[in-house]
Design a protein around this ligand. Sequence first.
Ligand SMILES: *Cc1c(COP(=O)(O)O)cnc(C)c1O
Length: 304
Amino acid sequence: MFKDTYISKNQEVSIGLPYDVRLFVKREDEIDSFISGNKFRKLKYNVLEAERIKAKVLITFGGAFSNHIAAVARAGQVRGFATVGIIRGEELASKIQGNPTLKYAQNCGMELEFISRENYRQKDSAAFLQELNLKYNDVYIIPEGGTNDLAVKGCEEIVTPDDRTFDVIACCVGTGGTISGIINSSKPEQLVLGFPALKGDFLKEEIRKFAQKDNWNLIADYHFGGYAKVNRELIAFLNTFKKSTGIPLDPVYTGKMAFGIINLIKNGYFKKGSRILMIHTGGLQGIAGMNKQLKKRKLPLIDT
Ligand SMILES: *Cc1c(COP(=O)(O)O)cnc(C)c1O
């Protein structure tokens, strides 16, 4: 699957409101259930590079419900690499069976290594990487969240020349790799709007490292309290959106962006007649794990 150039469809959604804007969703979530959306884009050229240098093991890093971990595990299985996932949090070692993401990764053949949060913070240090190189032969190391130059190159394929008719392109932001690729393939007249999924102000610097234009802005008002934080209002929004459009959204990234876009539309943020393209970056594999937590907290579940 990594050799193809994948073009996903743009689906118009009616938001049932009397506003003079048109909203479309680019269905990158339909690429694959696990190597989904931007994680496919970010892995594509990394996988091809790993094959070129004849690496045997893909090693990467992530948290308990990471879309990136699931994607790398599956990519390794599909392309014949061994995979190692370095997971943040020692306490998770005994909880694999109850964690749909980690269980999936393990079933794909990924070797999971659990480390303390303190060690995890050292994961990009020369000493840590040296240790991995000693422990495993022929490794290809992919950073947490998958962002590097090759990942940005892959994300430049999300937006195509046909998308030049849109005035606004919206996407969610974690490390900033995805939005950087989108900025690079947008036209200067288009506005690229990023919705960070976490609190904090370090993202602009990251994006400037990779992005070649400045036709972008971040809207920091829709993280719902921080990374992977949810509340009843967000869950209700996800379920209503799915019912009225048929499009499932994930609670960590795309749901918060869609909530934000619709709120901005209601507040008259966009010019009359604007055509807005929302990038659905996938992440739907995370819903099962989130629903387990919601159940424990006696909150409503996300419809699947
Ligand atoms: C990882 C992820 C993102 C964040 O992408 P970055 O390139 O790290 O900014 C956005 N959406 C989904 C669904 C993701 O899984």
